[in-house]
Design a protein around this ligand. Structure first.
Ligand code: SF4
Length: 252
């Protein structure tokens, strides 16, 4: 992977059906002490969620991309919902890593033996995530990415080409093999990866997940030109647009 790390990095340590990953986000950082902010009702009881995994664990364990960030304010830092923040803190992550306990990107820390920054949950010695079992949705999702398309009209599911596993899936195949065909911003995945992508899309557009994403729109990233679009997420787009219309409508 490139020097510009993913916004969500896996932490190779924890295998899922495959690997581990994390993700991105953007976001400012208001310094608010945990426990001192009022909790909007719609954010209170969002459950922890899980996403189908598709990358072999060993790939993540040997990868040097995820969970590491070049800048302290990288927009790729993973976003945690309120429930995910509570779980992370319960598993030993300092409260100070989360400036807004109702949902925010995690605050990264300087790499103890190198350049750049690390997610505070990442163990650089073992290359494992210390909170793998409760890692956030954003990390579970990676290398899949939920983002706006280039026209900012549709929310789409994409796959981050910074993930070495994706490149491994597209190299060494014949030109006629549709699984390596990359054109018009769309990547035709291998049948196995396509199955996982569809499972992820189905999970994303399930009612419970739409609620989470509507409550935490920061989980939908801006357009990234190194993320290959896999498919549109029509139900999520409509859900987000509906919320935007409701918020912009004058109240009586
Ligand atoms: S929470 Fe775990 S998987 Fe996510 S960025 Fe941090 S170390 Fe990586």
């Amino acid at each position: 992977m490139p020097s510009e790390p993913p916004r969500s990095l896996p932490h190779p340590a924890a295998p899922r059906l495959s690997p581990a990953a994390c993700s991105p986000t953007r976001g400012g950082s208001m310094m608010v002490l945990m426990g001192t902010m009022p909790k909007p009702q719609h954010l209170r009881e969002l459950p922890l969620v899980s996403v189908p995994q598709g990358i072999p664990t060993q790939v993540c364990l040997t990868c040097k991309v995820c969970c590491r960030f070049p800048e302290i304010d990288s927009f790729l830092r993973p976003y945690f919902t309120e429930a995910e923040i509570r779980a992370a803190i319960a598993h030993g992550i300092p409260e100070a890593a989360f400036p807004r306990h109702e949902g925010c990107q995690i605050e990264v820390v300087p790499h103890p033996a190198g350049e750049g920054y690390l997610c505070p949950a990442f163990d650089p010695v073992t290359s494992r995530c210390r909170i793998y079992e409760v890692r956030p949705f954003d990390c579970q999702l990676y290398p899949f990415v939920i983002m706006w398309d280039s026209a900012q009209k549709m929310v789409v599911l994409g796959w981050d080409t910074k993930c070495p596993y994706l490149m491994a899936q597209t190299q060494g195949r014949s030109q006629t093999d549709s699984s390596r065909h990359l054109a018009n911003g769309h990547l035709l995945l291998s049948p196995e990866c396509q199955t996982i992508a569809e499972a992820v899309a189905t999970r994303i557009e399930a009612a419970a997940m739409l609620d989470v994403l509507a409550a935490h729109p920061a989980l939908i990233t801006r357009y990234q030109d190194d993320v290959v679009v896999l498919r549109a997420l029509g139900e999520l787009t409509e859900r987000v647009r509906r919320k935007q219309r409701a918020q912009s409508s004058p109240s009586c």
